[in-house]
Write a protein of this length. Sequence first.
Length: 273
Amino acid sequence: MLGKQERYQIIDQFITDLPPQPPADGILVVDKPSGSTSHDLVYAVRRKYGIKKIGHTGTLDPLASGLMILLIGSATKRAAEFSGLDKAYQVKAKLGQITDSFDIEGQILFDIFNRESTLANDIPIRKSLEVNWDDLKNSEELGSLTDKTIEQALEDFRSQLNQRVPPFSAVKLNGKPLYKYAREGKPIPFERLPTRDIVIHEIKLLDFKPHDKNRNNGYDEIHSSVISDPLSGAEIQPAVYGSPNTGLYPTLRLHISCSKGTYIRSLVHDLGL
């Protein structure tokens, strides 16, 4: 997670790049920068135009970059219309680790190259996840992964799914966000996490780099970027986020088209298992 000062710098630059006047129809499509929250963008637009009545039509995780629809003034009445639109993402993922948040920001619960020490850590959330920790793959099995085996695994996700929301999310249970339970060391058991019916319209493997200790694969993160404008359908180049690693971990890049409410990090977590 970026510090406050870094986030403020991102917000200030975002405000600078906004048009001088708000759109006449109250519909503002913005390119959310990585490192900012969806609420940061609402704050920035409110500050830029001095308008109190503003909202977004769906959040993106802080590390994600991509297009978001903001509604201003009377256009906020159309929130349901836009929030129900399908989404398109481009995802970069690393196989071989599990974190409590299912992304790079979380605490590592399992590392395939550091199996014994990571499994020995007594972390409360580990017991709340539906993971057979003793049955996870070992590092020797990484060499057998190919683009063909990845494609076969993706077949299970090309359908309508009932997806449990991740334990670190803003979804509320008994009026309290799930991430607050997790941060307090009292994570909700997996079977009690809320579920959502979602549809994966398309999931396509764009790139796969297998395990290779001599290769630098160029990124070390689980990250998603919206790559299509839900209003016009025009594609944009996703932002690149991350730092190089040794290439030990297999990495892949996916294109995903899905219904609203889909948690991409949960999908990647399930794929890795």
